[in-house]
Design a protein around this ligand. Structure first.
Ligand code: PMP
Length: 443
């Protein structure tokens, strides 16, 4: 294998050949049930005819035209569709090639907005610990994943961090979920006051934390309080829905269920279901007008902005979601959760099962009563992944950080087309993989 695959360069990986529904098939003919959509990407499975033919049609019509010279029909249609799906205050869309680029663009839009409003001292972002917003320097700078940041720390812009809304780990004894959510949001106000609101560009958060904490749904009321605080101090609220958006939690945007609207939202992964690389930023009309009526252009840009084939794939994906699939996510999610509870509810090493829609996380613990995580040296996440792949299951186990110690989680984000029988197989294979991996480590 001469192709260098980022973190897997020392691992020997199977070579993917083709896909069929929720299965990926390697060159030896082995089938892998996709329980995580890669990384919450493949919401339509792996061979959806509508998306494939939309890509073919667009490639034949016009594959690329530089956005410095042209807009394109697929880009205009996609912007219209997304704005139609959005609350009224989000009025414009900007298309890039992935999640990090979307977050990077969101941060730069936010900063430019304050420059247009003649407040150049606003240079500081507030993010959250246990969050991931991408691997480019700007996105890494607002992310709280210490392992990813460490090597590049001197190159990252100054940001500060508050705790995410993490009931299982951070709630006090006797605290209700509502009380905890209120307290977790209050940390934002304290941080804004510590920094001085006049120095803050915005607050950046994943509506549901994904890759660093094994799915953390917000507590009811948390984001309403966050929105109030941002409004009160005139701070932009930037939500990263790269992973949890585009229907994953049961509504097109996860924030819809929280009763709030952000000023900027970033989307990517599921937007074209993995059939093409694409990301999007949707922005509030005030931000659009400040920039448009001010300097007149967003000081940013990439060669592959609003790529016509990627936009065509995203249009087809949104059409499939709108044809009824999005409406199935909540119900399928309930049955998915039931299967997880049957399989892991009484499991002595599964401390928490949390999520919504088809976005679920299991938190693994060495000891359920004390919530003590497995030791980092167990490399439990790698063992689970390896055994699951042997069993023909693609799931996304990871090591996050809990109080400076490593904790282990499994992220589950299957394609929305998954059926009952496949959910059953998924739960069986996952149970075997988790049990075998845990049996192989000394506690
Ligand atoms: N934000 C979130 C919430 C993500 O989960 C990810 C990817 N895991 C990114 C941003 C970065 O996206 P990409 O890998 O497409 O650059």
């Amino acid at each position: 294998m001469t192709h260098i695959l980022h973190r897997h360069c020392r691992e020997s990986l199977p070579t993917v050949d083709t896909g069929e529904g929720v299965y990926l098939i390697d060159t030896k003919g082995k089938r892998y049930l996709d329980a995580c959509g890669g990384a919450a990407v493949s919401c339509l499975g792996h061979n959806h005819p509508d998306v494939i033919s939309a890509i073919q049609r667009q490639a034949e019509r016009i594959p690329f035209a530089h956005t410095g010279f042209f807009t394109s029909q697929p880009a205009e249609q996609l912007a219209d569709k997304l704005i139609e799906l959005s609350p009224a205050s989000l009025s414009h869309a900007y298309f890039v090639s992935g999640g990090s680029e979307a977050v990077e663009s969101a941060l730069k839009l936010a900063r430019q907005y304050w420059i247009e409003r003649e407040q150049p001292k606003r240079t500081h972002f507030i993010g959250r610990r246990q969050s991931y917003h991408g691997n480019t320097l700007g996105a890494l700078g607002v992310g709280g994943n210490q392992w990813r940041r460490a090597t590049f720390a001197p190159l990252l812009a100054p940001s500060s961090f508050i705790d995410p809304c993490y009931f299982y780990r951070n709630a006090m004894p006797e605290e209700t979920r509502i009380e905890y959510g209120e307290r977790a949001a209050q940390a934002l106000e304290e941080e804004i006051l510590r920094l001085g609101p006049e120095s803050v560009v915005g607050f950046v958060a994943e509506t549901f934390v994904g890759a660093t904490a094994g799915v953390l749904p917000p507590e009811n009321g948390y984001f309403r309080r966050v929105r109030e605080i941002c409004d009160h101090y005139d701070i932009l609220l930037i939500l990263d829905e790269v992973m949890c958006g585009t229907g994953r939690t049961g509504t097109f945007f996860a924030f819809e269920q929280e009763g709030i609207v952000p000023d900027i939202v970033a989307l990517a992964k599921g937007l074209a279901a993995g059939y093409q690389p694409i990301g999007a930023v949707l922005l509030n009309k005030h931000i659009y007008h400040a920039i448009n009526d001010g300097s007149g252009f967003f000081q940013h840009g990439h060669t592959f902005l609003a790529h016509p084939i990627a936009c065509a794939a995203a249009n087809a994906t949104l059409d499939v979601l709108a044809s009824g699939l999005l409406d199935e996510v909540s119900d399928k999610g309930k049955s998915f959760y039931q299967r997880l509870v049957e399989a892991f509810g009484d499991h002595q090493h599964v401390g928490d099962i949390r999520g919504r829609g088809l976005f679920w996380g299991l938190e693994l613990v060495a000891d359920k009563a004390s919530k003590m995580p497995f030791k980092p040296a167990t490399q439990l996440h790698k063992r689970i992944k390896h055994i699951a792949m042997q069993q023909g299951l693609m799931c996304y186990p990871m090591a996050g950080t809990i109080d400076g110690q490593q904790g282990h989680h499994i992220l589950l984000a299957p394609p929305f087309i998954i059926n009952e029988e496949e959910i059953q197989h998924l739960a069986e294979r996952l149970t075997r993989s988790v049990n075998e991996a845990i049996a192989s480590v000394s506690l």
